[in-house]
Design a protein around this ligand. Sequence first.
Ligand code: ADP
Ligand code: MG
Length: 292
Amino acid sequence: MIKVEHLTKCYGDFVAVKDLSFEIEEGHVYGFLGPNGAGKSTTMNIITGCLSPTDGRILIGEHDIYEEPEAAKRLIGYLPEIPPLYTNETPLEYLEFVGEAKGLKGNELKEEIAMAIEKTGLENMKNRLIGNLSKGYKQRVGIAQAIMGNPKVIILDEPTVGLDPIQIIEIRDLIKELGQTHTVIFSSHILSEVQAICEQVLIISKGELVAFDTTENLEKNTNKGSLEDVFIELTANDPEALKNMYREKMYGAQMTPENAATPEVKEEQASPEAPEAPENTESEVREDESSF
Ligand code: ADP
Ligand code: MG
């Protein structure tokens, strides 16, 4: 459903995403996990066509996001880190605007608005100003705009950030429900959240994919007690040795599950390791980034 091939993004000299390759299959819920500053939002912005990559290719279905942006974007609903909400509109007005922008009209538009409102539990809030809604309801409006037009893939960037515990549970339940009918990718820096919601986890650290597997396999195959241990080992301490050990053990040098192997990446296994960006450049830039 989504193929990310050798994605790299540099902000000036800083490499935020480094040669990222993975494949997302239809019909699952994927958690995109990593400490703050790992490159989650950058990756999601590129996958959804909101940001251009420095290098690499993104395919949504059969469509290259930059060569056929309209066809590719039609397959995606996106809730960015900061949802583009208009505070002086009501959810109903806003969803009408978004639906029209997505090319919906007439009855179809009405039905899609009704569906989005129903799925996100916005019925009682649909005529209030968005600016007056709680953060949890604003987030629901953000999710509602993402699911309008029934896209195959829903991408949510840290959908539970800033919510209270009850709102978090509600949004998690909503994501699970959406996962029954859509492919969902959501990012989070919270482990328990990923464990609670999804089947497959991608762990990203310093712009590199360090693991991609089911939560169960991650725990089992790394001989760690819990996903938390795996996460800490793979990201917080970021030990190169463990990463390499894990890579070899799980998939050789590539970071896709065995059944999603691509020939291009396989070829890479035979070649020596790609040169790394100088470590000190990264740590300097990341000094103010706390882990998680
Ligand atoms: P995450 O979403 O995982 O927290 P981001 O993708 O937002 O991470 O950021 C990855 C790294 O890129 C961070 O170190 C961040 O400071 C840096 N970064 C993000 N956007 C920009 C930008 N527009 N210009 C320069 N650096 C950026
Ligand atoms: Mg982010």
